[in-house]
Design a protein around this ligand. Structure first.
Ligand code: UD1
Length: 434
């Protein structure tokens, strides 16, 4: 298992480039299941969740070619033949977003068998809203031996009102509705930019979708979708993570290739916390020369402050003067990183869904354990300002969603390196003479 070794104290200076959004690329890859023609995606990040999705689609008989480097992160998917509309537990347990194939498989093949995802480090994360929505579209769904089995001759358009806002639930239903007979109206939808990006791709494939990016989405079902080419939007969470890295280390960092429009709540909160930023059309410059001050955060669905930035914001709050109260509204168990930050010297008290962070606390380097994707990013941030050399274990979590983060950070002056696990030397058996 790889680890990161990080020596804190260097201000980050220069330009750092944002990759394509993992959370937009995953549903886009699943959308390729809706057509027998090739779908070409550009700006797909080279991260482990994409590789997991490649394996998942390949296990069904799809052809997926991931091209990086000179191929400009282009992924070509061809699902002309779907031999087995199934997602096994082996794959779903490593990536919950695998459930995104449920809607498209059902719409295209009339049947799907998907493992239930089970527990998760940040909360219970059920998929009942996906299932209820598909039932509204006329699917027959049963659960057996830990799997969801769905079937429908052809889905039928319906009105779906989500009880709770769900991002992948909205995406799953949106994909299913494109091939349903008649009109589907979905209310209380997730308004995340990744949902709108998926709808853009689906419309290029011949779907008739209006309103994606708002709470109400209308889909007029069509008989068939065709191939398309699409560029994935920039990763707003990666961009925001780098902006916090620049602010925390007192650096001067230009975060390029991003979409500042998608960063509104984060930039507003950082401004309250004393962080100076300047936006251009596709970049954000962060100038970390101001003292940081405490500011409370409440995580919400988009356009509110993203839960996926809560952990990284907490790293910043440990270095702000005053008390910041961070309230996590989306997931019930998303404070594992706080305990690791406390081990580094932070003053954080967890009270149910609230974390009370008292700053500024000097952080001192130690060995810490990453518990999930965004938690690992927050520990990298904390280590960048800690005194001494930190070791972050289980960085496979960060590899799920951040493309070559250590190379990017090294490029702007961070002292960070990746090491493989050093195994104890094998004892050599004494030579035996005959
Ligand atoms: C997506 C993102 C993830 C982000 C999250 C919230 C992807 C691949 N992942 O996850 O990075 O942290 O949105 O912004 O895009 N819920 C139910 N029943 C359901 C579905 C969800 O109760 O059927 C609940 C969840 O437990 C959670 C809340 O709804 O409390 C929001 O979850 P959801 O938006 O579905 O998260 P994901 O789509 O899994």
């Amino acid at each position: 298992m790889d680890k990161f070794v990080i020596r804190g104290g260097n201000p980050l200076l220069g330009t750092i480039r944002v990759s394509g959004a993992k959370n937009a690329a995953l549903p886009a890859m699943a959308a390729a299941l809706l057509t027998d023609e090739p779908v070409i995606l550009e700006n797909v990040p080279q991260v482990r969740d994409i590789e997991t999705t490649r394996k998942l689609l390949a296990s069904m008989g799809a052809e997926v070619e991931l091209g990086y480097g000179r191929a400009q992160h282009r992924t070509t998917l061809c699902c002309s033949r779907i031999a087995a509309p199934e997602a096994s537990y082996e794959l779903v347990k490593t990536m919950r977003a695998s459930t995104l194939v449920l809607g498209p498989l059902l719409a295209r093949c009339g049947t799907a068998r998907i493992s239930l995802p089970g527990g998760c480090a940040i909360g219970s994360r059920p998929i009942d809203l996906h299932i209820n929505g598909l039932e509204r579209l006329g699917a027959n769904i049963t659960q057996d031996h830990g799997y969801v089995e769905a079937s429908a001759r052809r889905l039928k358009g319906a009105e779906i009102i989500f009880d709770k806002i769900t991002v992948t639930g909205t995406e799953d239903l949106l994909m299913a509705a494109t091939l349903a007979e008649g009109e589907t109206v979905m209310q209380n939808c997730a308004r995340e930019p990744e949902v709108a990006d998926l709808a853009n791709l689906l419309n290029k494939m011949g779907a008739l979708i209006e309103g994606a990016g708002t709470a109400t989405i209308r889909v007029r079902g069509v008989e068939k979708l065709h191939g398309a080419r699409h560029r994935i939007i920039p990763d707003r969470i990666e961009a925001a993570t780098f902006i916090i890295a620049g602010a925390l280390t007192g650096g001067d960092l230009n975060v390029t290739g991003c979409e500042p429009r998608h960063l509104g709540a984060v930039l507003q909160k950082l401004s309250e916390a004393g962080v100076k930023t300047a936006c251009s059309e596709d970049s954000v410059r962060v100038m970390g020369d101001n003292p940081l001050v405490a500011a409370d955060v409440v995580t919400e669905e988009y356009p509110g402050f993203p839960t996926d930035m809560q952990a990284q914001y907490m790293a910043l709050a440990t270095q702000a003067n005053g008390t910041s109260i961070i309230t996590e509204n989306i997931f019930e168990n998303r404070f594992m990183h706080a305990l690791e930050m406390v081990r580094m010297g932070a003053n954080i008290k967890i009270e149910g869904r609230r974390a009370v962070v008292r700053g500024k606390s000097p952080l001192s380097a130690t060995a810490v354990l990453a518990s999930d994707l965004r938690a690992s990013a927050s520990l990298v941030l904390a280590a960048l300002v800690a005194d001494g050399e930190s070791i972050i274990d289980r960085v496979y979590h960060i590899d799920r969603g951040y493309e070559h983060i250590e190379e990017k950070l090294r490029g702007v002056g961070a002292q960070i390196r990746r090491i493989g696990e050093i195994l104890p030397k094998k004892a050599t058996a004494p030579a035996v003479r005959a």
